[in-house]
Design a protein around this ligand. Structure first.
Ligand SMILES: [Zn+2]
Ligand SMILES: [Zn+2]
Length: 345
């Protein structure tokens, strides 16, 4: 049973399931415009998810063929997965920020081995033990490389330009660039009075940037060709403050549920990250590689119970935190160490 929620003022959300994922579902938003309905995100590319998306539209008296456009908050497969199929069926345009479009293009064009080589090299650099890297090398050598999600994801045909109103007939939807969770994540500010006249300035489609009960994953941007030391956690914290200042009446996130008090939630997340960074400085009283730091950080279960792929994500998150601490001058690499260790200063 598709669950449809009416948010008022020509906005609805559809719960589109994400198979085998504790997040459960993506909230795909439908925005009525003078040229037809526009979707904010589309959901995971899976037959059951597609059925739920189309059933949700049908419950609103819409067919997928009527979709006029698709606005994507970020390139992750639970948001962008079904965009290609929606475009095939309807001829809708797909809009995305250029930095995430670059990720989509890179993923589509990469040789299957490129990602494995990058990951193996990177894991060695961060101090992963040989028994963690060996399965990657073995898969690469045998050619048995699991297909990555996103390999077939659709290339957008429109660019979301930060600060600009999207070209939507009869609506005021402004793009706010909120890098951090991905390099091209955007929130979308619906600058119209709240339909129930809640105090504040309009509503915000927040994607994964601002969620009521989850702190989104912030890892490295993982661009094999980018040698510059990006600071995704710094980007994310700056983006959070920017969103907090908008003073929106209500937040419509891409997971969980809609909520008010965006500024309060932003404060909670800023405090959470400050606490976490301080906790990491305690661990860095002795020199640690990013891998050793990840092993000692607090996760939702003990390190030895974290599955293989999630460890890679965890170490990326540890690195993002180290980048931030180094940038703030609160930690530094220890000269002459290989793999490089870091220590609090
Ligand atoms: Zn995401
Ligand atoms: Zn998501």
């Amino acid at each position: 049973m598709t669950q449809v929620t009416e948010h008022g003022g020509g906005v609805w959300s559809l719960r589109v399931p994400i198979p085998d994922n504790p997040l459960g579902h993506t909230l795909v938003h439908v925005l009525d415009t003078d040229r037809g309905p526009v979707l904010v995100d589309t959901g995971w590319d899976d037959p059951a998810s597609w059925d739920e998306l189309t059933a949700g539209l049908a419950a609103l008296g819409l067919s997928v063929q009527e979709i006029h456009g698709v606005v994507i908050t970020h390139h992750h497969p639970d948001h962008h997965g079904l965009s290609g199929r929606v475009r095939e069926e309807s001829g809708a345009w797909i809009a995305m920020h250029a930095a995430d479009t670059a990720v989509v293009r890179r993923t589509r064009e990469a040789e299957p081995g490129t990602w494995f080589d990058y990951l193996a090299r990177k894991l060695a650099t961060v101090g992963a033990p040989e028994d963690h890297i060996a399965p990657l090398r073995a898969a690469r050598a045998s050619g048995r490389m699991r297909t990555l999600p996103g390999l077939r994801s659709a290339l957008p045909d429109r660019e979301i330009v930060p600060g600009e109103l999207l070209d939507l007939a009869g609506r005021r939807l402004r793009a706010i660039w909120t890098p951090g969770h991905t390099p091209g994540h955007v929130c979308l500010h619906l600058e119209e009075e709240h339909p129930s006249r809640l105090p504040g300035h309009g509503r915000l489609f927040s994607g994964d940037h601002l969620l009521p009960g989850i702190s989104p994953h912030i890892g490295l941007y993982e661009d094999p060709d980018d040698a510059t030391a990006a600071d995704p956690l710094g980007d994310y914290l700056d983006s959070l403050e920017r969103i907090g200042r908008l003073g929106v009446a209500e937040v419509l996130p891409a997971h969980q549920y809609a909520f008010t008090d965006a500024a309060g939630r932003v404060r909670e997340l800023l405090d959470h990250h400050e606490e976490r960074l301080t906790g990491l400085l305690g661990l860095l009283a002795v020199p640690l590689t990013p891998w050793q730091l990840a092993e000692r950080m607090e996760w939702n279960r003990p390190w030895d119970q974290i599955p293989y792929g999630s460890r890679n994500i965890a170490v990326s998150e540890a690195e993002a935190h180290l980048r931030r601490l180094v940038k703030l001058g609160r930690a530094e690499p220890v000269a002459g160490t290989d793999p490089v260790t870091y220590i609090a200063v």
